[in-house]
Write a protein that binds this ligand. Structure first.
Ligand SMILES: [Zn+2]
Length: 316
């Protein structure tokens, strides 16, 4: 594909973020200005209707500009470079399906697809909380738990399409009551996602205190001084810190940016650096952890930016 490394020479970029409940899209102009927005409900459980909805959104947004626009899409999971099919999506009806091929057939033009946490990391690294840092690890802690590593403005990914995926590694530096860990949807026990995601936090509170509260409600109860909720949040922060410390020891990112619903919890930015420090294999144990600048918009913004750098899944 001649010239694919640089992408089409146009200033308009469509970014689409396929989420569990909504498919959001933007038309982004040079410099990061959002010229148009659109969204549709995610057709849960239907692959064909998901392809149709993404194609409709892409058409709606590209019609908003006279320029030819590139199309980038962030998805849960990723496209396996080996098979060309979706893998690892917690929206499980996508798994095993040739999503890129089907969308390209539906809209008659090339698209780039990347993991949604990679899109988040790319967006924040480009003009968000990672601006000026040579390497950024972007973390999504929300319904699930994902991650993306961006070095020198490029997503670090490899032949398996799983670069930065840390959510299905086990919780490290285990304490006795953390074994074997909850059963994860991926079939393993004790994945980080089962501990540090929003549902993981809520499940832990239910297991220990027999109280059914959402992650947001637990945070509110902790702010109001409820001891059980405070204990749950403290254990959650410890687990998130241990998970992040293992990433730092492997990749040594200059900055970590939190995203997803749980990134709204202010105590994490106060507590995580001290909780991470004992596990860092260096005499410099300070790790910079910041909230996102673009918040939930980083998913679509990063998807729009997928054409700004060479893509690992397209060979010249
Ligand atoms: Zn798992």
């Amino acid at each position: 594909m001649t010239g694919a490394d640089r992408g089409p020479p146009d200033p308009a970029r469509v970014g689409i973020d396929l989420g569990g409940t909504k498919i959001a899209g933007i038309l982004m102009q040079t410099g990061g200005t959002v010229a148009a927005e659109a969204r549709l409900d995610t057709p849960k459980g239907s692959y064909d209707r998901t392809v149709e909805a993404i194609s409709e959104l892409a058409a709606r947004l590209t019609q908003q500009t006279d320029q030819p626009a590139s199309i980038g899409i962030g998805i849960p999971g990723s496209i396996s470079p080996a098979s060309g099919r979706v893998q690892n999506a917690n929206s499980t009806w996508l798994n095993g399906r040739p999503l890129k091929e089907d969308i390209e057939a539906a809209i008659g033009r090339p698209v780039r697809i990347a993991n949604d946490a990679n899109c988040f990391a790319l967006s924040e690294a480009t003009d968000g909380a990672g601006l000026g840092a040579a390497s950024v690890f972007g973390v999504i802690i929300g319904t699930g738990c994902g991650g993306g590593l961006v070095v020198d403005g490029r997503i670090v990914d490899g032949p398996r399409g799983i670069g930065g995926e840390w959510g299905h590694n086990p919780l490290p530096w285990l304490e006795k009551d953390e074994l074997p860990g909850p059963l994860c949807w991926c079939g393993r026990h004790g994945c980080l996602e089962t501990w540090v995601s929003g549902p993981g936090l809520a499940d832990d509170h239910r297991r220990v205190f027999n109280e059914e509260l959402s992650a947001e409600a637990i945070a509110a109860a902790a702010s109001a001084g409820q001891p059980g909720a405070r204990e749950t949040l403290a254990k959650h922060a410890s687990r998130l810190a241990r998970g992040l410390a293992s990433v730092v020891n492997m990749f040594d990112p200059e900055r970590i940016i939190l995203g997803g619903g749980l990134s709204n919890m202010p105590h994490l930015y106060d507590e995580l650096p001290d909780l991470i420090a004992p596990h860092i294999f260096s005499d410099d144990t300070h790790v910079s952890i910041r909230p996102p600048v673009h918040g939930p918009e980083s998913g679509v913004r990063g998807a729009a930016r997928l054409w700004e750098a060479p893509s690992a899944d397209e060979k010249p």
